[in-house]
Design a protein around this ligand. Structure first.
Ligand code: GRF
Length: 203
């Protein structure tokens, strides 16, 4: 199977990037990471990518209009012939420029069972709400905040935990399993979007 040329976009520590990279190295995802892009020069994930010898680029957004920054991002992606984008803690809301350049080829992981708790600090939101079941979601990206069609989800029990941080750690473990599985499924065979539903043929 041809390997998809993927870019990872991140703004922080990059543990989901590592999980994706390890699964790719194990041959579980038919993909090649051709670029790791960050808007934050001090992102831990960027340093890790460099240490692996991956191609990296930092495009700070500060001082730029949103459209101007995103145009720079798009040029960088085009220069590497990127086919798919994996958002992994990328703290920017995408504009239609990128979304239309990669139709149904932008994937994100969010640390809640969407549509509950979109936006920032989702795990703390779930904890503060008293949710007894929390979790994580891999979804296709549209122009809303964490609103795109759901690809896969994993539920996590909050029973017996004593803080939002504990819940976040428990969810993160599952994120590292879910994201590679979901990406492998998207890249590994046919699927389509029917309304809000990502349809995989039964197997
Ligand atoms: C993860 O919790 C992910 O769900 C969210 O941002 C966080 C990124 O963590 N979108 P990391 O940088 O992958 O460790």
């Amino acid at each position: 199977m041809d390997k998809a040329r993927i870019a990872i976009l991140l703004s922080g520590r990059g543990s989901n990037f590592l999980a994706l990279r390890e699964a790719i190295e194990r041959g579980e995802i038919p993909a090649e990471i051709v670029l790791v892009l960050s808007n934050q020069a001090n992102a831990g994930g960027l340093a890790k990518a460099e240490s692996f010898g991956l191609k990296t680029i930092c495009l700070p957004h500060r001082g730029l209009a949103r459209a101007e920054h995103e145009d720079q991002v798009l040029q960088a992606l085009r220069a590497e012939n990127v086919e798919w984008l994996c958002l992994a803690g990328y703290m920017r809301i995408l504009t239609p420029l990128l979304i239309e350049a990669f139709p149904q080829r932008i994937v994100n992981i969010h640390p809640s069972l969407l549509p509950a708790f979109p936006g920032l600090d989702a795990q703390q939101q779930a904890w503060d709400y008293g949710a007894r079941i929390a979790g994580c979601t891999v979804h296709l990206v549209d122009s809303g905040v964490d609103t795109g069609p759901i690809v896969m989800q994993t539920a996590v029990s909050a029973e017996g935990l004593s803080s939002g941080d504990e819940l976040a750690a428990k969810i993160l473990e599952q994120e590292h399993r879910l994201y590679p599985r979901a990406l492998a499924r998207l890249l590994g065979g046919p699927w389509r979007v029917d309304g809000r539903r990502v349809m995989f043929p039964s197997r």
